[in-house]
Design a binder for this molecule. Structure first.
Ligand SMILES: *Cc1c(COP(=O)(O)O)cnc(C)c1O
Length: 415
């Protein structure tokens, strides 16, 4: 690539524009029609003025839109906006969050390479690394979410990638991004961080040393539970050299429509994250005082084991996911704990009973029988997920209505 390569134009924004401004404005300049809201370009291919131009564009000597498996203006707007929010040079959109992690693995790893990953990451991430990538000869060691020394001890000469997610689901355990970046870089490896739970509105892992940031756009970027989407953010050299070639050949492409939904969703990302997190904090404090509750997991609470680290990394905000354990008689064992958790979930009338999160609609789920239902009871207990645990991903309903919704089941347990 040469420096005089003809590049796509940029939106003219002040160099010091802040996150809230970038979330609304970054993208591509409008088309000749001057639309104010970004256009949805539903087209599979793009037309060239002549054969020589087409040849230059296919040879990547001129940046232009060619074919929507790898280039589409609406998708580019989404990518530029997300890169601006994460503070990275570039971004590549994918069809889902899991497709982003698959692209990460395909772009960086080959047979014989080694990955170190937190034991507390999203379940499908564990399955993808240990199972699917294992079939291709990539080995993964799973280590503690909270103890960086376990990561250091797991390093091998073949370690290429460290993979973290913070805070974790459903226990909201934080890991120290800066410490993991130092461990990765000391060993010549890269650190990737799944930033789904905080979004760049609260946490920007690149500023703490992470090389690559993974997103499930399905969650807070869309923000209203409409589409499935994903992305990798990182340095231009890595995106261009490692990931775009895989995208071109393998095609885990984000559709223009889904990109457009997330692009428009990002305009309200910051105020949604602040408002949903404020409700989550109030709910967590209320739950902590409720007699039917054994324990609450929320990074914004002083009782959270990594409260200070999480507040430092997350701009002083705990995020919108709260988990808690419902009290149950010791003698009843796991069955009684599960019955009490189900009672609280089934007594709600506002919360949606679904394992998804990141929606303006509050969702409630029983991790032990849904997201973590494929684990054995021993694996679940090792992961700290008990039958009495409930996870709530707080949306934008009125906080008093949410408290009443949970109180309906909790008060009858406490009585
Ligand atoms: C949902 C989720 C994913 C996977 O994203 P999809 O868009 O559902 O493929 C990955 N990581 C985390 C933390 C998630 O919550």
């Amino acid at each position: 690539m040469t420096n005089d390569k003809k590049k796509l134009p940029r939106v003219e924004l002040p160099a010091d524009a802040r996150l809230d401004t970038l979330a609304v404005r970054e993208g591509l300049p409008p088309s000749p029609w001057g639309e104010n809201s970004e256009a949805l370009f539903l087209t599979s291919s793009f037309v060239h003025p002549d054969a020589a131009t087409a040849a230059r564009r296919f040879a990547n000597e001129e940046e232009a839109f060619v074919y929507s498996r790898f280039t589409n203006p609406t998708v580019t707007m989404f990518e530029r906006r997300l890169a601006a929010l994460e503070g990275t040079e570039a971004c590549l959109a994918t069809s889902s969050g899991m497709a982003a992690i698959l692209l990460l693995a395909m772009g960086l790893l080959k047979a014989g390479d080694h990955v170190i990953c937190s034991r507390s990451v999203f379940g499908s991430t564990i399955k993808l690394l240990a199972g699917e990538m294992g079939k291709f000869g990539v080995e993964t060691s799973f280590v503690s979410q909270t103890d960086p020394e376990e990561w250091r001890a797991a390093l091998r000469p073949t370690t290429k990638l460290l993979f973290a997610e913070t805070p974790s689901n459903p226990l909201t355990e934080a890991c120290d991004i800066r410490a993991l970046a130092d461990i990765a870089h000391g060993a010549g490896a890269l650190l990737a961080v799944d930033n789904c739970f905080c979004s760049p509105a609260l946490q920007q892992p690149a500023k703490l040393g992470a090389d690559l940031i993974i997103h499930s756009g399905t969650k807070y970027l869309d923000g209203q539970g409409r589409v499935v989407a994903g992305a990798i953010c990182g340095p231009e050299a890595l995106i261009n050299d490692k990931f775009i070639p895989v995208m071109r050949s393998a095609g885990m492409t984000l559709s223009a429509f889904n990109a457009w939904v997330c692009l428009k969703g990002m305009e309200t990302l910051s105020i949604r994250m602040q408002a949903q997190s404020a409700r989550a904090l109030e709910l967590a404090e209320w739950l902590e005082r409720h007699p039917a509750i054994e324990r609450v997991y929320y990074p914004g609470l002083k009782s959270h084991p990594q409260h200070e680290l999480a507040m430092r990394q997350q701009g002083g905000v705990g995020g919108a996911v709260v988990s808690f354990i419902v009290r149950s008689p010791q003698a009843g064992g796991p069955a009684a704990a599960r019955a009490n958790a189900f009672h609280v979930i089934d007594a709600t009338r506002i919360c949606s009973i679904t394992a998804n999160l990141g929606d303006t609609k509050t969702t409630i789920t029983h991790p032990a029988s849904t997201s973590h239902g494929r684990l054995t009871e021993d694996q679940r207990l090792a992961a700290g997920i008990t039958q009495g645990m409930i996870r709530v991903a707080v949306g934008l309903e009125h906080i008093e209505d949410l408290k009443s919704d949970l109180a309906r089941g909790l008060d009858t347990l406490a009585a």
